[in-house]
Write a protein of this length. Sequence first.
Lengths: 151, 80
Amino acid sequence: MAFQERNTVASLTVSSLLLAFFGPRITTMLLNDAFLAENLFQLWLIVIVGMILGTIAVTILANIVHGAVYMASTQQEPDSLEYEEDERDQLIELKGTRVAYVVFSFGVFFAMLSFVINQSPLPMFALLIASGLVAQMVGNVSRLFRYRAGA
Amino acid sequence: MGKGTDHISNNIRTLRFHRDEMTQKELAEKVGVTRQTIIAIEQGKYAPSLEVAFRIARAFDLNLEDVFSYTPDGESTLNP
């Protein structure tokens, strides 16, 4: 697995974990009448900080483990060229980002729709963060697919 | 890029073989791309940019058309 592919898997893992954390929390809030601004923005903070720090930590960890396994099995250091991004990586990154934008724009549409049906701003914020996580996941799945398919 | 890759073929595998079994890694280093990109190009799954195509041809000291070939739609039926 190439460097960029590993980073994509790391990001996908973090966004999946965060979505698995976010979904039940929102459901619990709704069931217990605790769907309040304070709780929701606390969840927002956890998701955003978790996304940034989690992705960095998992990416570093994945590359350290890969480097250690590679050195142990081949007795050589990993090739420095493998850590660089070439035109194919950039193309796959761009296509994945485009897919993520499309998914996120649907999320934004539904978030705005909640205003049309006279909902409070809270469902909009919940939909925005959920669609952001889903968009990140779909974009990463699309990148992984393209890494396997060619470009 | 990427689209129409079934019309663009290459003989990189053969050329590597005739260059003392040059490895994909060695070619990748010469061209300045990753080994995964060379694999994708060789398998016809990815059509490289013109610049990378020229760099691959230069790595073998050949012209572009000695490495890559393009078959337009329906040419095989017109010229059997």
